[in-house]
Design a protein around this ligand. Structure first.
Ligand SMILES: [Zn+2]
Length: 224
């Protein structure tokens, strides 16, 4: 019974999005889930991330924090798509650089997976909604979104609840795997997450994708 209940839940939230037109999360003006004026006021992150992982906003900024919170816990799926489109706009240049590696193939877009248990509980994976927003912003054929390639083997403690950097890295070590028969060989891949803390989670995924033969893997996160 579980899957169909989740489906109904998703449809319900989808319909609510249509029935009640969006208001901006920042200024409450009608029209968009986040308007351009408010987006421009969000503080960009200045903190360093890893070489192949890039983030846009400073997670301490209250508006981006609230946006991610609303996407995760209040089913604001349109807002999630908007966040993905923002990621696309911000990284246009990096995406163009990645295209140089693809040899005409699409860039494979992989959202950081939740455990199956967590995704069932929430009804969706927030990173997947952001990845969808990003993928559908690009021209046709540029991206190929696939949330079936990397799976999380078991539940872990949320990274944000662990203060110690070393423990965070250990917490996500070897918890992801590439699904049987899914080939990533020679592909250029973009890994998407909502928030990165130490970069540990995205790095683990980059590691297994590289091991699986991926040519180039880059991680984008909305906030850091
Ligand atoms: Zn606004």
């Amino acid at each position: 019974m579980e899957p169909s209940r989740n489906l109904i839940k998703s449809i319900k939230w989808y319909l609510l999005d249509i029935i009640f037109p969006e208001a901006c999360l920042g200024c409450k003006n009608r029209g968009e889930s986040l308007c351009n004026q408010c987006i421009l006021k969000i503080r960009n992150t200045e903190r360093e991330t890893d070489k192949n992982i890039m983030a846009v906003y400073d997670y301490r900024d209250p508006l981006i924090k609230k946006a991610i919170w609303d996407l995760k816990y209040h089913h604001r799926l349109n807002l999630g798509k908007k966040l993905g489109a923002m990621l696309y706009e911000f990284f246009l240049e990096e995406i163009a650089n990645m295209e140089a590696y693809t040899k005409g193939q699409s860039i494979l877009v992989i959202p950081v997976p939740l455990s199956r248990h967590r995704e069932k509980e929430r009804g969706y994976n927030q990173a997947q909604i952001i990845a969808y927003g990003l993928s559908s912003s690009g021209e046709k054929g540029l991206f190929e979104l696939n949330n079936n390639i990397v799976v999380k083997k078991f539940d872990t403690k949320p990274q944000a609840k662990i203060a110690n950097r070393r423990e965070r890295l250990l917490n996500v070590k070897n918890i992801f795997e590439i699904r049987k028969n899914k080939t990533v060989k020679g592909r250029t891949i973009l890994v998407i997450d909502d928030v990165t803390t130490t970069g540990g989670t995205i790095n683990e995924i980059i590691k297994i994708l590289k091991k699986g033969g991926a040519k180039k893997v880059v991680g984008f996160a909305l906030a850091h």
